[in-house]
Design a binder for this molecule. Structure first.
Ligand SMILES: [Zn+2]
Ligand SMILES: [Zn+2]
Ligand SMILES: [Zn+2]
Ligand SMILES: [Zn+2]
Length: 492
């Protein structure tokens, strides 16, 4: 942990609570922290999983006779096993109340590892804001009542387990946990099923434009990196919501899940740093864009003086949302909906952006299914422009190293490569021009790999890294062959 202390300092303020700042100048891509979780456990309402590895369960532990396990696992954590063995719980208890698994793990820390328990208790649970909300009642029904009614902890002579403490623990997970995306053993994907409590990483304050990246490997080790250079004394920031959400969605998500209203630079800027992720087209002039000015509570045009009626904007947005929700994953259908709503929304509006991402994915699938020569040039051209559009937004919203930028760069450069090859085959460009395009794609793929290298090999992005490296090798091979037919370059 020495590295953490060398890199970071924990400060405290009334507004932010505890937060992290850089203790020294940090370079882009620098590892700031490697952390093991205090507790890992399945998400709420997860299917029944093996308590040891989180894969599908098909048997139970032979010792405690209660914990679900898979074929490969014969034991699970000893304290947990002993607890279920001695708790007097009904034999089916965990199958009926699987949601208690994670909170029980936290509660057991009180006796098995007091230091960890105390560390967990120092986290923020927002108990007062959560009291009597829907999530509070859900935890009451699915976790608190079953556990307390079972009297399991009473039988273990632990009277300190109260409904208040269990709610607080549920809060720690809801507010602070990070998703563990790598599978646990590189054999089978356990994506999005598990989350962990990392007390140090969770100290980072939120910002809708972050300067850090988190990657969690198959052993649940969390690694934190800077995505841009961070100067000594600057805050280390993490984006706890999605960067491609518009401001209203981001703020709602943060308010409901993290209990605060974000006032970052991006949230306060009606144009969202010029990306216009929430803007709609002006009805009063040609080319004008209307954005929401929270201070005036108005939708105003950036070109003419027009103010858009709120009901109009709400209708336009809800129509688009409805169509987007119902739209089939079909290239023609997606194009139709995008064209329809591009008449009223800014091309970067988050609703259109999501549709365009789906479209790019569909085109990609189409390209994977047929040999490059069979894919219409128009389609490649479209994918190329969609990726280009996405990249220009991501460069602003996720500056520096970014998982999404890495993926978009990969897709963009593969499209560039496919297009160049096609244009050369149809004699639209010369061999020399082909080589220039290929060398652009080479640079782009290299940049993509440099961003995706942070991903654990078992995650989908980690798989993509492998493919990108493979593609880069193929591309270089192709460049060699083209060089043979370009005499002037051969001489150089
Ligand atoms: Zn297992
Ligand atoms: Zn057991
Ligand atoms: Zn914000
Ligand atoms: Zn206007």
């Amino acid at each position: 942990m020495a590295r953490f202390e060398e890199n970071c300092e924990i400060l405290e303020s009334n507004e932010l609570g505890r937060y992290l700042v850089a203790r020294r100048d940090l370079a882009r891509g620098q590892q700031i922290l490697v952390e093991q979780p205090i507790v890992i456990g399945p998400y709420w309402d997860s299917k029944i999983r093996c308590l040891n590895c989180f894969r599908s369960s098909c048997t139970i532990c032979r010792k405690c006779k209660r914990a679900p396990l898979c074929f490969d696992c014969t034991t699970h954590q000893e304290t947990e096993c002993d607890f279920y063995l001695n708790s007097g719980l009904n034999i089916n208890f965990l199958f009926d109340h699987f949601n208690v698994v994670t909170p029980v793990r936290c509660l057991l820390l009180a006796s098995s590892n007091r230091a960890k328990f105390d560390e967990m208790m120092s986290m923020e649970a927002h108990t007062n804001e959560r009291r009597d909300t829907d999530i509070w009642h859900a935890h009451e029904t699915k976790v608190v009542r079953p556990l307390l009614d079972s009297k399991a902890f009473e039988k273990m002579n632990d009277p300190s387990v109260t409904s208040e403490l269990i709610q607080q623990i549920c809060g720690f997970f809801d507010v602070n946990s990070f998703e563990i995306r790598g599978n646990m053993d590189d054999v089978q994907q356990v994506e999005s099923l598990v989350r962990g409590l990392y007390t140090k990483a969770a100290l980072m304050a939120h910002n809708c434009v972050s300067n850090t990246l988190i990657s969690v490997d198959g052993q649940a080790n969390l690694r934190l990196y800077t995505t841009v250079p961070v100067k000594k004394g600057e805050m280390l920031l993490y984006n706890y919501t999605r960067s491609l959400f518009g401001t209203v969605e981001r703020r709602t998500h943060l308010k409901l899940g993290k209990y605060f209203v974000c006032t970052c630079r991006r949230c306060e800027d009606p144009t969202e740093l010029g990306t216009h992720l929430s803007s709609v087209k002006c009805t009063g002039c040609d080319g004008g864009l209307c954005s929401y000015y929270a201070t005036e509570d108005k939708w105003l045009c950036n070109t003419c003086t027009k103010e858009l009626e709120k009901t109009y904007v709400n209708n336009v947005l809800s129509d688009a949302r409805k169509d987007a929700m119902q739209c089939a994953n079909d290239i023609h259908e997606l194009e139709r909906i995008i064209t329809k709503h591009s008449k009223t929304l800014h091309p970067n509006n988050s609703i259109l952006l999501e549709l365009k991402q789906t479209l790019a994915g569909e085109i990609r699938n189409r390209c994977l299914m047929s040999p490059p020569s069979k894919v219409p040039e128009q389609l490649l051209e479209r994918k190329f422009h969609l990726c280009q559009e996405m990249l220009s937004i991501l460069r602003v919203l996720e500056p520096g190293i970014s998982r999404l930028t890495g993926i978009a760069l990969y897709e963009y450069n593969v499209a560039l490569w496919d297009l160049a090859r096609k244009k050369f085959e149809t004699k639209v460009i010369s061999a020399k021009e082909l080589l220039e395009e290929l060398s652009k794609a080479e640079g782009g793929l290299k940049e993509s790999i440099s961003m995706l290298l942070f991903e654990h090999p078992s995650t989908p992005e980690g798989q993509l890294t492998k493919r990108a490296m493979h593609d880069l090798k193929d591309l270089r091979e192709e460049m060699k062959q083209v060089k043979v037919i370009v005499p002037e370059i051969q001489k150089e």
